[in-house]
Write a protein that binds this ligand. Structure first.
Ligand code: G1P
Length: 293
């Protein structure tokens, strides 16, 4: 079984649900507490043993390349002022040279197309995909749980979580066949099923382990939901010849692609931060006491 060493992070999306902030700041650079979304997701991939990160980017997304590089003036200033702790923490978070590659998705044709754009860098090996809109917490990193499941099961793995029935139309949803603990054998999946038609309430979370044969299917450029080249449709096709399992992972997810999800993540992460939690809790309590509801 080939190990999972590379991850694709699709970051070309426009972020229309986070306008106007996402007009000039890539949505992946919006902060949760004190670091951008993409920082958390890269760290999650690293915690799963990923060594090479492929960011599929687009116009206006250059801030991410600068973020993952030295900021020479800033580092020199911090050093001159003796702010060693801050400097060392910035340096420790930097990827090593050559660990990140960037490819441009030259047209907004969908998630499947974004993944396909990274095919030459991935080559002929299984790989991970992490959608940076979604942050996860748990006893171990979500992607690491998926990699552990892959080591037992092989094939393709999708992380899922239960969502309320009225929310399923926002996600890729799996059709479960049988369940063993947290591992679910799948019989199908559908992208954004219309209300009342979802095959289950298990939504695809945005963490995948895929075999490279998916690229041949994506190359056919078939359009699906919303007129886009959907990763879910390509996976449903690959399922005819390869094994697919879903992992109902242990932890909690935060969809930061819209305002409420992003606000929820900020509150949850701040309340979980030992430096901030006591003062932040007091602020929230004060605001809640003064609010009409
Ligand atoms: C994408 C995927 C969908 C998945 C979701 C998770 O949709 O196409 O299958 O459930 O991410 O966040 P998007 O949110 O980009 O519309």
């Amino acid at each position: 079984m080939k190990p999972i060493k590379k991850a694709i992070l699709p970051v070309a999306g426009l972020g229309t649900r986070m306008l106007p902030a996402a007009k000039t700041t890539p949505k992946e650079m919006l902060p949760v507490v004190d670091r951008p979304l993409i920082h958390y997701v890269l760290a999650e991939a690293r915690a799963a043993g990923i060594e090479h990160f492929v960011l599929v980017t687009g116009r206006g997304k250059g801030a991410m390349e600068d973020y993952f590089d030295h900021a020479v003036e800033l580092e020199a200033t911090l050093q001159a002022k003796g702010k060693d702790e801050m400097l060392n923490s910035l340096l420790a978070d930097l990827p090593k040279e050559g660990e990140i590659s960037y490819v441009r998705q030259m047209a907004p044709l969908g998630l499947g197309h974004a993944v396909w754009c990274a095919r030459h860098i991935i080559g002929d090996e299984p790989f991970a995909v992490l959608l940076p809109d979604v942050l996860t917490t748990g006893p171990t990193a979500c992607m690491a749980q998926a990699v552990a499941a892959y080591h037992t099961l092989g094939g393709n793995i999708l992380v899922v979580e239960p969502v309320p029935d009225h929310m399923t139309h926002n996600y890729g949803v799996i059709a479960p066949q049988s369940r063993d603990g947290r591992v679910i054998k799948m019989s199908g999946m559908v992208e954004k099923p219309p209300q009342g038609t979802a095959p289950s309430n298990l939504a695809v979370l945005g963490r995948y382990i895929l075999q490279p044969e998916i690229f041949d299917i994506l190359a056919e450029r078939e359009r699906g939901a919303g007129g886009e080249i959907q990763l879910t449709d390509a996976m449903a096709k690959l399922m005819q010849s390869q094994s697919f399992h879903a992992l109902d992972y242990e932890g909690e997810s935060f969809d930061c692609g819209d305002r409420l999800g992003w606000l929820r993540a900020n509150v949850a992460f701040a309340l979980n931060n030992p430096d901030l939690a006591p003062a932040f809790r007091a602020i929230v309590t004060e605001l809640m006491d003064g609010s009409p509801d």
